[in-house]
Design a protein around this ligand. Structure first.
Ligand code: ADP
Length: 404
């Protein structure tokens, strides 16, 4: 079965083509083909790669997302070495949709009712949901009636216990949809399943803390395969310190700023979402690599940014472990989690009281999924490469089977 996966963001669109035959294999597979579109102010950069490497590299003037997507997908069935004979070979298309509201706790086939929910949830995910919806509609126009599946970032957290999901504000907030939704769920769920596979254990027997540390950062406490707590909430702003986002701050600061600086809601959003986090504290960058190199060159604000990042990470991991009542494994994933030996080492050093003992040589060398703890460690420490598109392809395969 050939499965196309669209991961549509506000300024980028990743697209992958997978082939899954009889059953999804136990370990993830590389896509047959991948495409990336990156929009800047005036142009869209397109790049595709296939089995033999780069196939297409182009910059096109800014036009509609549909035109650029058509150009990208055209690479699959045109050119000197087409990978598909025609469009009909694509049997199903999966989409990453950030917010599925209270309605969706599982991947689902796209229907007009589903599109209505995604549209309604745009209010809570203004950058991401419109891009996902546009992706669905573009595929409707290009590939006609091909079955489409939406896989939601909020779904994995949909069954958070009430005590973790409801804010201690006025009870009426809940009826207005003001509650904790959680995000990065596709990758948290994938990492939990992958951790069980790497450990050779049944997922239902494990207590895991998955640490998604990219530009956006969040943790999930996973018990018996379900998310029972997570650090992001109503929006992807709550919780850990991030690249440009503050994470949790005292809400009193916001009312103080509103009163004293007469800020508008937009200006406040801008401060918390774009001018805070690693970038806001360091004044250098949102990129952890640059923070580390400035810190190692003696820059005090870069060091403060790193220290706050680790302090908050430690403190939230502690909170997730307390909610779980113990932990079998800590999983590091996404750009920082997968690549920064310094962040993993500093965090695990703070968690030695739990019996966490990192193997420092594995920690500095690992380039693939694996266990980086010493055998005497009381908890396993794992790296799992984020692989949302593969997870979406597998969900499409499973849903398609329910139809046949
Ligand atoms: P996104 O959330 O946008 O998908 P990524 O998962 O790609 O982000 O993560 C981006 C972050 O990963 C950036 O802070 C970047 O600095 C960090 N990162 C990537 N490679 C490394 C590395 N080798 N060392 C430290 N941080 C890294």
């Amino acid at each position: 079965m050939k499965i196309l996966v669209l991961n549509s963001g506000s300024a980028t669109q990743k697209t992958s083509l997978y082939e899954i035959a009889a059953e999804p294999p136990a370990d993830p597979r590389a896509p047959l083909w991948e495409g990336l579109i990156e929009w800047d102010a005036s142009e869209a950069a397109i790049r595709t790669t296939g089995p033999a490497g780069v196939r297409l590299q182009d910059r096109v003037p800014i036009s509609s997302r549909k035109q650029v997507t058509e150009r990208l997908l055209g690479d699959l069935w045109s050119g000197s070495a087409p990978l598909l004979k025609d469009l009909a070979e694509i049997e199903i298309v999966g989409h990453r949709i950030v917010h599925g509201g209270e309605e969706y706790s599982e991947p689902a086939f796209v229907t007009s009712a589903l599109k209505g929910v995604v549209r309604r949830m745009t209010e809570f995910a203004p950058l991401h949901n419109p891009a996902g919806l546009e992706g669905i509609e573009i595929i409707e126009q290009i590939l006609g009636g091909v079955p489409q599946v939406a896989v939601f970032d909020t779904a994995f957290h949909r069954r958070l216990p009430e005590a973790a999901a409801v804010y201690p504000g006025p009870y009426e907030w809940l009826a207005r949809g003001i509650r904790r939704y959680g995000f990065h769920g596709i990758n948290h769920q994938y990492c939990a399943q992958r951790a069980a596979r790497l450990l050779g254990k049944d997922l239902r027997s494990l207590k895991l803390v998955t640490c998604h540390l990219g530009n956006g950062c969040s943790l999930a406490a996973v018990r018996e395969g379900h998310s029972v707590d997570t650090t992001m909430g109503f929006t992807p702003l709550e919780g850990l310190m991030m690249g440009t986002r503050s994470g949790s701050v005292d809400p009193g600061i916001l009312t103080y700023l509103l009163r004293h600086d007469q800020l508008t809601a937009g200006q406040l959003d801008d401060l918390l979402v774009k001018k805070a986090g690693l970038a806001g504290i360091s004044g250098i960058s949102n990129d952890m690599r640059q923070i580390l190199s400035a810190m190692n060159a003696g820059n005090p604000r870069a060091k403060l940014a790193f220290d706050i990042f680790i302090h908050r990470l430690t403190s939230f991991v502690g909170s997730m472990v307390a909610v779980l009542g113990g932990v079998d494994a800590l999983v590091f994933t996404a750009g920082i989690g997968e690549n920064s030996a310094e962040v993993r080492a500093a965090t695990c050093a703070n968690l030695e009281f739990l019996g966490a003992r990192l193997d420092l040589s594995k920690n500095s060398r690992t380039s693939c999924d694996g266990d980086i703890s010493v055998s005497e460690s009381s908890i396993r420490i794992l790296i799992v490469r984020a692989n949302e598109d593969w997870a979406i392809a597998c969900d499409c395969w499973r849903l398609a089977r329910t139809r046949s």
